[in-house]
Ligand binder design. Structure first.
Ligand code: HEM
Length: 516
């Protein structure tokens, strides 16, 4: 740059025309000397024909850790490089917003914690994170056990009747039941019933997923909002959920007013340890719209993600009987037929590694979305404010440059006695829960939830892909779904244990109860 500036000075001295000098100065300022981000020539057809992160992987192998993808007037930067991901997510996170994601999710999450940016995000994050304290997460383990046991009962019946089961929808119901109770003390009981509220939640979820992959935002066309039966259904579902949330908030406020518990750091009401209860008891001064947005955000964030992790874990296990045997051996010796406790989480080491490895191969979501709020430099490339960026976690997690046997399901790649892998100790090549200030607030919750469910199901059953099941292929919404479900044959592993009476409240499960 300095050489060019001296040349310009020289030209000015010899009387070069102003136009030439202005052109050169613009070129220097605009980064004309800097390298240009590689541009991928992709066809939109290819991108839309399969789960979109698959062609992005092919393009990554050709164009490298950062490239530009252009569709007509729109362009995106695709990042698959750990140090650039670290820069965006952690080191310079203040220069990035959630961009398109916030626009797509506005109808359902408003200014909830996932889409919110700036001051609103800072204030809400500071209010919500303390609610997920150690004692809360430990209490949730009883809930995970009880909900997983309800699923086991369903599978018991299927195994006895010799009926195949579609595991993806069962996992979706399991995690919906858990998150409803954990976030606002509501028992959807979706594993047993198809109530109106369960249907409303699925209507809204499907809409959010459709919008995240829709090429044209038809929902923004004013007249469409009024005439489209689908949008009318979505709006009715949203109203139903919001009214239910308002009722739950009112009930919880009453409980808080009547209780005598002093609020403190690890405050928890034993009868209702939900996040909502913590927030209200903490005196969280927030509008009811913001509170609903946050509850809705956590409902969605903690539901499909965990369900997808379990679905893909069972799919991976169906192809690796060797891993299943090791897993079952560990569960037999650590748990037997007890409900898992917080102490067991440290002992279920291999089970945890299976989940760690499943999250590597099937990250949920497969891409993280950001928009630059300022000019910045990514790697060696200067970028402008307003760039839409996809950080492909899928590419990072499957890069042959970063992993041995990148596509192989090998829980053994994570040492049993080593630290639990995370973005920090893996230097941003492994991002199952994101990283930096916007990292998932439910990471420990979700890890324990999936470990408990996996352990309890594997203790009691063997699972195989059902004969004649449709091929298991991927499709995307916010998380990775199967295209036609995960149809499995379930058989009893051992003599069916005697299940204790489940009359007691969800939160009062005594972990020492034996299931046999
Ligand atoms: C954020 C993954 C479960 C609540 C995130 C992010 C990821 C993630 C990757 C970062 C998004 C970004 O940077 O753009 C997962 C996975 C889960 C899971 C894989 C299950 C296995 C949960 C649960 C909860 C939750 C159970 C609630 C209890 C949130 C919230 C955020 C978030 C509120 C936004 C945090 C912020 O922006 O400050 N999650 N999550 N997640 N997650 Fe999770």
């Amino acid at each position: 740059k300095s050489v060019l500036l001296s040349i310009m000075e020289g030209l000015a001295k010899v009387g070069a025309p102003n136009e030439v000098l202005e052109f050169l100065s613009g070129w220097v300022e605009g980064g004309g000397l800097q390298p240009k981000i590689p541009e991928a020539k992709g066809s939109i057809k290819a991108i839309r024909s399969v789960a979109f992160f698959i062609p992005l992987y092919e393009l990554y192998l050709t164009y490298g850790g950062i490239f530009r993808l252009t569709f007509g007037p729109k362009s995106f930067l695709i990042v698959s490089d750990p140090s650039i991901a670290k820069h965006i997510l952690r080191d310079n996170s203040k220069s990035y917003s959630k961009g398109i994601l916030a626009e797509i999710l506005d109808f359902v999450m408003g200014k909830g914690l996932i889409p919110a940016d700036g001051e609103i995000w800072r204030v809400r994050r500071r209010a919500i994170v303390p609610a997920l304290h150690q004692k809360y997460v430990a209490a949730m383990i009883g809930l995970f056990g009880q909900a997983s046991d309800r699923l086991c009962q369903k599978l018991d019946a299927a195994a006895s009747d010799g009926e195949d089961v579609e595991m993806e929808s069962l996992f979706s119901r399991l995690t919906l039941d858990i998150i409803g109770k954990a976030v606002f003390n509501y028992d959807f009981d979706s594993l047993s019933n198809d109530t109106g509220i369960v249907e409303a939640v699925y209507t809204v979820l499907r809409e959010a997923e459709d919008r995240s992959v829709a090429p044209i935002p038809v929902w923004e066309i004013p007249i469409w909002k009024d005439i489209s039966p689908r949008l009318r259904k979505v709006n009715a579902a949203l109203k139903f959920i919001n009214d239910t949330l308002d009722d739950l908030i009112a009930i919880c406020k009453k409980m808080v007013d009547e209780e005598e518990l002093q609020f403190h750091e690890e405050y928890m009401n034993e009868k209702d340890p939900s996040i909502l209860h913590f927030l209200l008891a903490s005196g969280d001064d927030v509008s009811s719209k913001q509170l609903r947005d946050d509850l809705m955000t956590m409902l969605i964030a903690g539901h499909e993600t965990s369900a997808a992790v379990l679905t893909w874990t069972f799919y991976l296990l169906s192809k690796e009987p060797r891993v299943v045997s090791k897993l079952q051996e560990e569960v037999d010796s650590v748990l037997g037929d007890r409900y898992p406790t917080i102490e067991d989480m440290k002992k279920l080491k291999y089970t945890t590694r299976v989940i760690n490895e499943s999250l590597r191969l099937y990250p949920q979501p497969p891409v993280l979305i950001r928009r630059s709020l300022e000019d910045d430099v990514l790697g060696e490339y200067p970028i402008k404010r307003g760039e839409d960026i996809f950080i492909s976690v899928w590419n990072l997690h499957r890069s042959p440059k970063l992993w041995d046997d990148a596509d192989k399901f090998k829980p053994e790649r994570w040492a049993l006695d080593g630290p639990s892998p995370n973005e920090t100790n893996q230097n941003f090549k492994y991002l199952p829960f994101g990283g930096g200030p916007r990292k998932c607030v439910g990471d420990l919750f979700a890890s324990y939830e999936t470990v408990v469910a996996l352990a309890m199901l594997m203790r009691r059953f063997n699972f195989q892909i059902a004969v004649g099941a449709p091929p298991v292929e991927m499709t995307t919404g916010a998380t990775i779904h199967t295209t036609q479900g995960l149809k499995m044959t379930v058989t009893h592993r051992i003599k069916p244990p005697i299940v204790p009476s489940l009359q007691m409240s969800t939160m009062e499960v005594d972990p020492s109860i034996s299931l046999s």
